[in-house]
Write a protein that binds this ligand. Sequence first.
Ligand code: BV8
Ligand code: ZN
Length: 246
Amino acid sequence: MEFKKEFLQKLQSAKKIVFFTGAGISAESGISTFRGKDGIWNKMKPEELASFDAFMRNPDLVWEWYQHRRDIVNKAQPNAGHTAIAEFEKFFDVSVVTQNIDNLHRSAGSKKIFELHGNIERNFCINCHTFYNSLEIELSNTVPKCSKCGGLVRPDVVWFGEMLPQDEFSEGEKAAEWSDICFVVGTSAVVYPAAYIPMSAKRGDSYLVEVNIEPTELSSYADYSLFGKAGEILPKILEEVKKFKS
Ligand code: BV8
Ligand code: ZN
């Protein structure tokens, strides 16, 4: 694979790198994306399941959907894309800003991770806010009740209409703004405020590189678009890095 010269030069001089990732980076680990070809939301609307109103209307249904996704996530392994990102840390100051809730960046060994939309492993009581990790509650297809107050327990993910965790978002924004290169990997970049992250990078004069199997909302905005699978492209970029860093 041939990369353009300008990109290779940026890679040689870069110190801080940000990876802004979405569902597409986990597609090769067997986790469905939301939008695009084979996206789960081609069949149902997000607000029908991923919102507080939906949960209150039918807690068992929403819980069962997350339980199903938890089963898939628990069996999934990081792929060559996640592993390459973790290995970039040997050569650069790397931050991973992710919309994913699947833990695969952590399993791959990435250290500095900002999770904008929460984590499917954590749960909390909507009444008294006691936290439970998935080992601490009985995971069945009906919604668990808090052992302290009997309230409904929900996954600690950010639903539509909910605020993002402020620290994760502002740290993620700062990392993007101060980065030399910002890779935008496997995201349709349509969900806000997460989709402001690449804009923060641009504002800070970072070099914006998109990695996706197809053009997105961001393509016209990116300095360089690489179309193909993240699990194939990212290891190739890492090979280039190794050529000049070793
Ligand atoms: C809020 C978590 C307000 C749980 C998810 C402007 C500003 C602010 C808000 C808004 C705004 N405009 C609209 C809004 C409202 C809304 C929004 O963005 N709506 C959109 C859809 C129009 N945003 C919100 O509601 C947010 N909160 O605004 O709060 C507020 C203010 C004050 C006080 C209180 C409240 C909260 C949004 C959070 C939504 N949570 N999920 C869960 O997962 O169940 S969203 C969901 O989309 C996903 O979880 C993911 O996190 C997110 C983004 O999706 P992507 O990761 O990009 O995935 P997608 O499937 O779309 O794309 C996959 C891509 O991969 C494709 O491009 C495909 O081509 C590519 N691909 C596939 N395979 C590969 C690949 N690429 C490379 N390699 C491959 N192998
Ligand atoms: Zn409680």
